[in-house]
Design a protein around this ligand. Sequence first.
Ligand SMILES: C[S@@+](CC[C@H](N)C(=O)[O-])C[C@H]1O[C@@H](n2cnc3c(N)ncnc32)[C@H](O)[C@@H]1O
Length: 270
Amino acid sequence: MFIRRRSVDASIDPSGQHTIPMTDYRFGSWQVAISRRPRAKEDLARRYDAASRKWHHITRRYGLAAAYRKSLIASGVAAALEEVGPQSEVLDCGIGSGALSIALNSIIADTPNIHGIDLSSKMLARAASEMQLTGLMPDLRQADILSMPFADASFDVVMAAHVIEHLPDPQLALKEMVRVLKPGGMLLLCTVRRSAFGVLIQMRWQTWAISESQGIAWLRECHLDDIGFQPVNLGAFAGQASTAFWARRPGESTHIPEIDAATKTRGIDP
Ligand SMILES: C[S@@+](CC[C@H](N)C(=O)[O-])C[C@H]1O[C@@H](n2cnc3c(N)ncnc32)[C@H](O)[C@@H]1O
């Protein structure tokens, strides 16, 4: 019998709550879809507060520094910042302990002005101390990626590693990231992908596992250009458990078109 696993968009359960799709199988005329309620924002912040003490051990165990450096080079983000020079403005959304920003700073000549936001106050404290060790003095703020305290078109690069998969509707976060990105600026995302390790993350953290076609579709729906992606290798145990996506905000216009509702609700095959 033909069984096909599909990639699906966020949905709303009968009680009116947004849910995260875990899996969706179709066989013949049957469709079995399993989705899960996301963690509430306060619960997520509490869990990351609790994880903050050991988060930098986790980043070391999975070789995130090296993995992020590779993605930052492959995406062209590092080269784009070299062009802007020392006054470049970078935003790290869901900065955690600062691993992505530290990796970025280690591969470019001029230290950018780094801004970071996170829901978890303890993660922000950890980011401050880890980044200080590498000579960075970031502007850190406790904020939600869905409503960031920055003006439109403020940053040359806006990035988020392993954050948007926590949200019931990652497109809303992407839209907010694009809002604060300068025309011509670059966006970088790392997200958990479908894999054996991805399933473990999904079970533990109630996250999406995002397929490449789904990620690309979301970036297209934000009307971004120069979209690319590559798998991120997180070591022998986790394997290619994440994907790095990148894209550029078109230079000519500062207008961010609304995501059209019909496009947003359409499922995309992996
Ligand atoms: C898996 S950790 C990744 C941390 C860091 N980016 C890294 O790669 O090491 C996810 C981080 O995103 C933060 N986070 C989750 N949801 C968020 C939201 N809605 N707004 C801002 N930060 C969020 C968490 O508090 C946590 O620090």
